[in-house]
Structures are given as structure tokens and as C-alpha cells.
Ligand binder design. Structure first.
Ligand code: IPE
Ligand code: IPE
Ligand code: MG
Length: 257
């Protein structure tokens, strides 16, 4: 059930004019990554099929994108489908692959209007054609926007990503373009899907699970983690605000003192 915070009042989804109590607007994390979890359990609790949870979850994505954009977050990475999620029942996988199409059908104009730039990380090539088409169109039509980067992790797996990076680097060494001695952290990072993005400052996971589930294993090395019991369809701007507030009250030491 949603956690209630003392300073948070119930309000409508549109919060553009709202300034959260206590949040320092000069210290908004640049990159927030979210593992949007708990859609299935949310639906089950209501006697509904799992896909009803995914549909509701999509509405929450819209709200949080609006809110993050208004707060001045630079990158919002959303874990939408993992390389392991193909194991799910076929009808659920099909529904999840249709979600980006529905999402962009109804929301692309607002994304364009809000100067949001859509990107993806993950193994894009093997997605169904209709999914690819919708996402590619959104990427193309928002490519010149310089506001929030809305980065969907779609068919994303961190281990797959890193193994691919190793292959790319090995191939360069084989071709004689690179010396083994030149391989360093920066070079490795440059072979990841996230090569053009700043590293995540804050990771949020909903639904009470406290694990990474193969998400951004390399990139999250020094991110702050924030967990909530709330299922993704119940996640609100208030929770996001609280996560940012807590983030701002952490001491990031990066191994120093
Ligand atoms: C997260 O919700 C959405 C995706 C993985 C696509 P889940 O579908 O994992 O919901 P639970 O964890 O089963 O409740
Ligand atoms: C992680 O959630 C993937 C997404 C949110 C897209 P899962 O529900 O698939 O992860 P596990 O199975 O609980 O680890
Ligand atoms: Mg889950």
C-alpha cells in the first residue's frame, strides 16, 4: 500500500505548478533510473489480469515523465522490458510489446511539445516490427529536442550489454585498431548502450523487491538506491519527490572521506 509522507498532500496528476516542499531545485539528480516493478501484483490484488497492471503502469509513466521534465531531470531511464522477460506467458509478452505503440500513439505529441527526446537502450533489432516502428518514429521525431532524455530500457540486459562491449573491444584488438593496454574504464563505457549518457545518480525500484534484475550493473556503481513497497501503478509524483528529497540528503563519498 502507498506510503504516506507527512509533508505530502493528495493532489491531481498535473503538478507543473507545484513545488515540492523541501526539495532543493538546484540539486536535482541529472539521471534517474527506475525499475518499474509490481504491475502484476497490483492487478492480481484487484482480481484483474496482469496486463491490466501494465496498462495502468503506462499511465504512471506519463505522469512521472511530465514531472521529471518539469523538475529539470536530464535523463530518465525506465526499465520497460528485460532480456529475461521473454520467459513470461506469450499473451503478456505480446501485450508488453504493444505498450510502446499505445504509449506513443497517445503521448508522442505531448513529448514533442515538452521538448522531450526519446531514446532506447537494449537489443532493439529483435523486437517485433510494430514495436520497432513506433519507437523509431518517436526517436526520429524527437531527435532534435534538447529537454529531458526519456530513455526506455527495452529488451535490455546488463550482462548482454557488457558481453557485447567485450566482443566489440576484442574485435578492435584483433583488427589491430586497439592495443590491450589501451583498454580502460572509459573505453569500456564507450562500448555500452549508455555511452552518450551521464551515469545514473539515483536508482528507484518499486514493489518492495530490492535487487537489480540485470539492470545497469556497470553504470550504477555509485548511484544512490531508493526502494519503496509501492507497486508501480500506485507510484505518484509524491513518491518521486520523496525519492529525490532523500537523494538530496545522502552523502555521496565515492570512496573518499
Ligand atoms: C513490472 O511489473 C513490469 C515489467 C516487468 C514489464 P511486473 O510485471 O514484474 O509485476 P510483478 O513484479 O509481477 O508484480
Ligand atoms: C525487472 O522486473 C524488469 C522490469 C521492470 C522491466 P522483473 O519483475 O522482471 O524482475 P524480477 O523477476 O522480479 O527479478
Ligand atoms: Mg516484477
Amino acid at each position: 500500500m502507498p506510503i504516506k509522507f507527512p509533508f505530502v498532500k493528495k493532489r491531481k496528476n498535473e503538478v507543473s505548478s507545484h513545488h515540492p516542499v523541501g526539495l532543493n531545485h538546484k540539486q536535482i539528480p541529472k539521471h534517474v533510473a527506475i525499475i518499474m516493478d509490481g504491475n502484476g501484483r497490483w492487478a492480481k490484488n484487484r482480481g484483474m489480469p496482469r496486463i491490466a497492471g501494465h496498462k495502468e503502469g503506462m499511465e504512471v509513466v506519463k505522469k512521472i515523465v511530465r514531472f521529471a521534465s518539469d523538475l529539470g531531470v536530464e535523463v530518465l531511464t525506465l526499465y520497460a522490458f528485460s532480456t529475461e522477460n521473454w520467459k513470461r506467458p506469450r499473451n503478456e509478452v505480446e501485450f508488453l510489446m504493444k505498450l510502446p505503440v499505445d504509449f506513443l500513439n497517445t503521448y508522442l505529441p505531448e513529448l514533442i511539445e515538452k521538448n522531450v527526446r526519446v531514446q532506447t537502450i537494449g537489443d532493439f533489432d529483435v523486437l517485433p516490427p510494430h514495436t520497432k516502428k513506433a519507437v523509431q518514429e518517436a526517436i526520429e521525431r524527437t531527435k532534435d529536442n534538447d529537454g529531458l532524455i526519456l530513455n526506455f530500457a527495452l529488451n535490455y540486459g546488463s550482462r548482454f550489454e557488457m558481453v557485447n562491449a567485450v566482443k566489440q573491444i576484442a574485435a578492435k584488438v584483433e583488427r589491430g585498431e586497439l592495443d590491450t593496454e589501451e583498454i580502460d574504464e572509459a573505453l569500456f563505457s564507450s562500448e555500452l548502450y549508455t555511452c552518450d549518457l551521464v551515469e545514473p545518480d539515483l536508482l528507484i525500484r518499486t514493489s518492495g523487491e530490492q535487487r537489480l534484475s540485470n539492470f545497469l550493473l556497470w553504470q550504477l556503481a555509485y548511484a544512490e538506491f531508493w526502494f519503496t513497497e509501492v507497486y508501480w501503478p500506485d507510484f505518484t509524483e509524491n513518491h518521486f519527490e520523496k525519492a529525490l528529497y532523500d537523494y538530496q540528503n545522502r552523502k555521496r563519498r565515492y570512496g573518499g572521506v
